[in-house]
Design a binder for this molecule. Structure first.
Ligand SMILES: NC(=O)c1ccc[n+]([C@@H]2O[C@H](COP(=O)([O-])OP(=O)(O)OC[C@H]3O[C@@H](n4cnc5c(N)ncnc54)[C@H](OP(=O)(O)O)[C@@H]3O)[C@@H](O)[C@H]2O)c1
Length: 410
């Protein structure tokens, strides 16, 4: 009897590995066209299924053995539940025979992007499909591609985006071993680090130009300028901030996406460069009136503390990921993250508050309001994503109660 149970356990384990080859494990959308159970059945349910097709090689996705079953009563229950009904057998996904699959790549208008489709191994991942599309089209390298499943006729909603790391079989159509994907060209891409470098480089260069160069003569102010100490400190503060951001981009942040559309470079540069010039113009103006010495010290002192805190927040975020950027999204913990989800944005906003207390320009406050608005919008998105990811169900931790960005208001 013991021997029989051991053999049964071994068969089940092999089959679970086979199923895990075609069943998404972990968080991920299940496409409507796919016949796989959604969400992935619990392990004890998978145990009931017997292999009806030759097993593909075991997946590395599920390598841990099943928990041992203890106790006679529990073993008997498992034996009873292991009898598969014809109905549940019919609902099993059938794997394509021959180990190949055909992928048809169409544009959103339905035009075939790769003539004749692409033939791939059934063990291929979405990333392999992207490489194959690149090889056939030459123009569309993987990061330029957005692949989705076709929307079901009559059904609205957002299309399912194919994850590069996922297996293609996760998205396959019922038993056919074929798949149709919708291709969208995202346009030329640049590395995130390149995008951030150029958007921060502008303010880093533009601000000192207003401080050092005789630019105001082009605005009708001839003659020598007497610079107040606050203007000099403001220039150092500003440059330190953007220099820090560039350094963090290259040496601290671990981005989840390697690239961003090239068009974002122009949009982001327009934002940062324009605001940089706008604030620099007023802070270095010949008619600038300084605030009191005490106010300047309080403003810059508070701002510097917030910049250091912001840097520490970025270090804490960095430690949530491996050096390759993998690890997805985690619950940020420690320091201010224990009370606010986007503590890095909180400290960023407060350091601009400090700068404005010290310099007191309308331009500076306009930038503060716009930047705070943008970051609040992003923070709301990040907060709800973390709450969704960590919902406290199926063994996932529950996201703790926290402010979003600006305690005690939001
Ligand atoms: N003045 C302004 O207008 C303005 C606007 C925005 C930002 N900023 C400044 O620029 C800094 C960077 O901005 P950002 O929007 O890139 O910051 P961010 O997305 O909040 O975080 C920076 C890095 O941490 C990662 N990360 C964030 N939350 C994570 C989590 N829960 N688990 C694992 N990794 C996580 C991000 O990954 P992903 O790559 O996946 O996002 C990113 O690589 C801000 O902190 C702020 O100081 C200023």
């Amino acid at each position: 009897m013991l021997l029989l149970l051991r053999v049964w356990g071994a068969v089940d384990t092999v089959h679970i590995k086979m199923l895990s080859h075609i069943t998404p494990v972990g968080v991920g959308p299940t496409p409507p066209t796919c016949t796989l159970p959604s969400p992935a059945p619990p392990r004890d349910q998978i145990r009931r299924l017997r292999p009806s097709t030759p097993s593909p090689p075991p997946s590395p996705l599920l390598s841990s053995p099943l928990p041992r079953i203890h106790g006679r009563r529990q073993q008997a229950a498992t034996r009873r539940s292991s009898r598969l009904s014809p109905r549940s057998a019919a609902s099993l996904p059938r794997l394509p025979v021959g180990g190949r699959m055909k992928v048809t790549v169409v544009s959103r208008s339905g035009r075939e992007v790769v003539k004749g489709g692409i033939d791939l191994k059934d063990s291929a991942k979405v990333a392999d499909l992207q490489e194959a599309i690149h090889a056939r089209t030459k123009k569309y390298y993987p990061s330029r591609q957005r692949l989705t499943l076709p929307l079901q006729p009559g059904k609205g909603g957002k299309p399912v985006v194919l994850s590069p790391k996922a297996s293609l079989l996760e998205y396959c159509e019922k038993g056919s071993g074929s798949l149709t994907v919708v291709f969208k060209d995202l346009g030329p891409q640049v590395y995130y680090s390149t995008l951030f470098f150029f958007e921060y480089l502008g303010p880093l260069i533009i601000y000192p130009m207003f401080y050092y160069l005789p630019v105001y003569k082009y605005f009708g102010h001839e003659g020598e300028r007497a610079m107040h100490p606050v203007q000099t400190y403001a220039m150092y503060y500003w440059c330190f901030h953007y220099f820090k951001r560039i350094m963090e981009t290259f040496f601290v942040h671990r981005f989840s996406h390697a690239t961003s559309p090239l068009s974002n470079v122009f949009r982001n540069c327009a934002y940062y460069w324009t605001f940089g010039a706008y604030i620099a113009y007023y802070c270095n103006h010949p008619l600038y009136t300084p605030v009191s010495d005490l106010q300047m010290k309080i403003g810059f002192g508070f701002g510097v503390v917030c910049q250091v805190a912001n840097f520490y927040c970025h270090i804490l975020l960095r430690n949530l990921r491996s050096p390759s950027g993998s690890g997805g999204y985690q619950i940020p913990r420690g320091f201010l993250f224990n009370i606010v989800t986007c503590a890095n944005y909180t400290t960023e906003i407060y350091q601009w508050v400090g700068f404005n207390i010290a310099t007191q320009t309308v331009a500076g406050y306009v930038f503060l309001v716009v930047a705070a608005g943008i970051m609040t919008n992003w923070a709301l998105g990040k907060h709800s994503r973390l709450k969704k990811l960590f919902d406290g169900k199926d063994g996932r931790p529950k996201y703790p109660r926290r402010w979003v960005i600006l305690p005690p208001f939001l």
